[in-house]
Design a protein around this ligand. Structure first.
Ligand SMILES: Cc1cc2nc3c(=O)[nH]c(=O)nc-3n(C[C@H](O)[C@H](O)[C@H](O)COP(=O)(O)OP(=O)(O)OC[C@H]3O[C@@H](n4cnc5c(N)ncnc54)[C@H](O)[C@@H]3O)c2cc1C
Ligand SMILES: Cc1ncc(C[n+]2csc(CCOP(=O)(O)OP(=O)(O)O)c2C)c(N)n1
Length: 575
């Protein structure tokens, strides 16, 4: 019997590791791999129009499932296109394997057609990045790559020359077929006792939770209940923390709620659980800070820390809870929750759509979408103002999910992430909140929705501008420049691409068009004409108050309400 090729062993190893599909774009140097996929029914090839889409899609799948997802690109420009999506996966710490095909091995070093150095290019956005230069390395190098991606939660890249992929393999089967290890990681007993003592002695505790709380909802709520602690969340924690949470006081940060900001600033002890919330200015200067993170190297990156503990949030809280004394006083919690109620109402009041009043408030679009979307919808929002609307108006319930390029902060993530979400979750409703700039950036993959029969719903917040950048320019006192977008009729464009294309130009059209799109069996796009200058500067503020205070201005402006400006200025600038 003929020996298997290296590519066949590669594909068999991925199948044995439970990989159901590979996102990519075919090319000569990938032929051995795509040919092996073609011959198998246990793994699917998902063709996209741009390799960046493949990487974002794999990242979305990995985030939603927690399992390894795979993308690939052909040699030179093909795999180079993966890089921005892979950076996003790397920064979001999702287990993704990228297969970077390489030029024929005998040509490496000669400046050959399409020659690049993937093992150097991808090193910075990966946990592991190695080349396979001879058949003897397969499947061992691939298995090390898989184990690294899974255990270190990140990107692994293998570089494989097309000619080596066609060679006869030496070993013909995967070697690592053990179940996924699930160790429990928590601080030592002595550290837990110290943590309990510090929390029992504190008076005004605020919890800042992030996506490290993903599997610890019950423990988090019980801890907050005992400590009478308001819970602020960082953006990537929203989907795991906000729901069924009587202690929720919203998000902090530039896009956050004033209540989240104040709950952090007014505490005497801040308990950070599974978060790497990046903005130093939003941490309290005087409070005692305790940080729990599964990775020791994350501790103390953003603020000074008085107690740093390495552990999984769930396991740590489980060990801690029996040692906590329930607090009697709840003034800090009550004030924070009341502030949140007011902040929430303030934002809800902005999300109106009076008939005949154009242009449409984007907040209204997001609120109606939130109402109409399925209880288990998967949302993907673009970087730009759609991030703001998603953070403020999408209600999480423990079943809904939220995807975005939150840490890498790349435009154009929503459509490709939606492709990965829909491919890996065929029965689920997948909806994007797309910027007009973001959608245009990877527009080619609109075509993939029809080709792959993925019923993704795209909602375009069409403000005819790079709106978020305009806002930043305004806040910095600059004149807007280079932010105009001359857009096509996105609905007509969608129709031409075989996608149901709808338009909403007035507030009264928003609900019926969104409903029609969500009910449509196939892919659909709703082009909504939203206002460009939604977050106007407050009229009561004089120019001289603004100069030099751009951070606080942007914070206040992004908070959505002018009246927050003076409030925040008082607290932050003049103390
Ligand atoms: C335009 C734009 C504006 C933004 N504005 C804001 C804003 O105003 N406010 C905001 O909050 N964010 C904002 N973000 C997002 C922000 O950049 C960060 O990505 C986000 O705040 C990080 O959330 P996180 O701490 O939950 O996740 P991460 O940064 O991913 O941190 C999670 C941490 O948890 C640890 N961890 C993982 N699993 C566990 C576990 N089981 N147990 C213990 N630890 C664990 C990890 O090691 C990591 O340190 C914005 C993003 C964009 C694109
Ligand atoms: C790839 C990339 N390029 C540029 C930026 C800088 N940037 C951040 S938001 C934004 C504007 C996004 O515009 P659009 O998608 O139209 O959304 P809007 O803010 O107008 O709603 C830009 C240019 C970025 N984050 N990523």
């Amino acid at each position: 019997m003929a020996r298997k090729t290296v590519a066949a062993v590669l594909v068999d190893t991925l199948v044995a590791a439970g990989v159901p599909r590979i996102y990519g774009l075919a090319g000569d140097s990938l032929n051995a791999i795509t040919d092996s996929i073609r011959a198998r029914e246990t793994i699917q090839w998902i063709p996209v129009r741009h390799e960046e889409t493949a990487a974002f899609a794999a990242g979305a799948e990995a985030h939603l499932t927690g399992q390894l997802a795979v993308c690939t690109g052909s040699c030179g420009p093909g795999n180079l296109h993966l890089i921005n999506g892979l950076y996003d996966c790397h920064r979001s710490r999702v287990p993704v394997l990228a297969i970077a095909a390489q030029i024929p091995s005998q040509e490496i070093g000669s400046g050959y057609f399409q020659e690049t150095r993937p093992e150097q290019l991808f090193r910075e956005c990966s946990q592991y990045c190695e080349s396979i230069s001879q058949p003897e390395q397969m499947p061992r190098i691939l298995e090390i790559a898989i184990r690294t991606a899974v255990t270190r939660r990140g990107v692994a890249v293998i570089v494989l020359p097309g000619n080596i992929a066609w060679r006869a393999a030496v070993s013909d089967q995967p070697r690592l077929l053990f179940p996924e290890p699930t160790p429990e990681i928590r601080p030592s007993d002595g550290e837990i006792a110290t943590l309990a003592r510090m929390l029992n002695d504190a008076r005004r505790i605020t919890i800042l939770g992030g996506c490290g709380c993903a599997s610890a909802h019950a423990e988090l709520i019980e801890t907050a209940g005992k400590l009478h602690a308001p819970i602020v969340h960082a953006m990537r924690g929203k989907e795991f923390i906000e729901y069924d949470n009587p202690f929720d006081v919203g998000m902090t940060g530039l896009l956050g709620f004033a209540s989240g900001y104040h709950a952090m600033m007014n505490c005497d002890t801040l308990l950070m659980l599974g978060t790497d919330f990046p903005y130093q200015q939003f941490y309290p200067a005087q409070a005692t800070v305790i940080q729990v993170d599964i990775r020791g190297e994350q501790i103390g990156r953003r603020t000074k820390v008085d107690l740093g503990l390495v552990g999984d949030v769930k396991a740590t809280l489980q060990a801690l809870l029996p040692q906590l004394t329930a607090k009697a006083e709840a003034a800090h919690l009550e004030a924070s929750v009341e502030h949140y109620r007011k902040a929430r109402k303030g934002l809800d009041d902005l999300a109106t759509g009076e008939p005949g009043h154009t242009p449409i408030h984007p907040q209204y679009v997001a609120r109606v979408l939130d109402e109409l979307a399925a209880e288990d919808a998967i949302f993907a929002c673009d970087v730009g103002t759609p991030t703001i609307w998603a953070a403020r108006y999408l209600t999480m319930n423990g079943r809904r999910r939220l995807l975005g390029s939150f840490t890498h902060g790349s435009m154009a993530s929503a459509l490709p992430q939606a492709i990965g979400a829909q491919a890996s979750h065929p029965g689920r409703q997948v909806v994007t909140l797309s910027g007009d700039g973001g959608l245009a950036m990877l527009l080619g993959d609109l075509l993939s929705l029809r080709q792959l029969q993925l019923p993704v719903k795209i909602v375009v917040f069409n403000n005819r501008a790079l709106g978020f950048v305009e806002l930043e320019m305004k806040a910095a006192g600059l004149l807007e420049f280079g932010t105009d977008l001359q857009n096509p009729d996105f609905a007509a464009l969608a129709t031409a691409a075989g996608v149901l294309g709808l338009k909403a130009d007035t507030p009264e059209q928003v609900r019926p068009r969104l409903a029609e799109a969500l009910q449509h069996k196939g892919p659909a796009l709703v082009d909504v004409a939203v206002s460009r200058q939604e977050l106007a500067m407050p009229p009561s503020l004089q120019q001289d108050q603004v100069i030099g205070f751009s951070l606080y201005m942007i914070k206040a402006v992004l908070n959505g309400r002018g009246d927050e400006v003076l409030d925040l200025a008082k607290v932050n600038l003049f103390r």
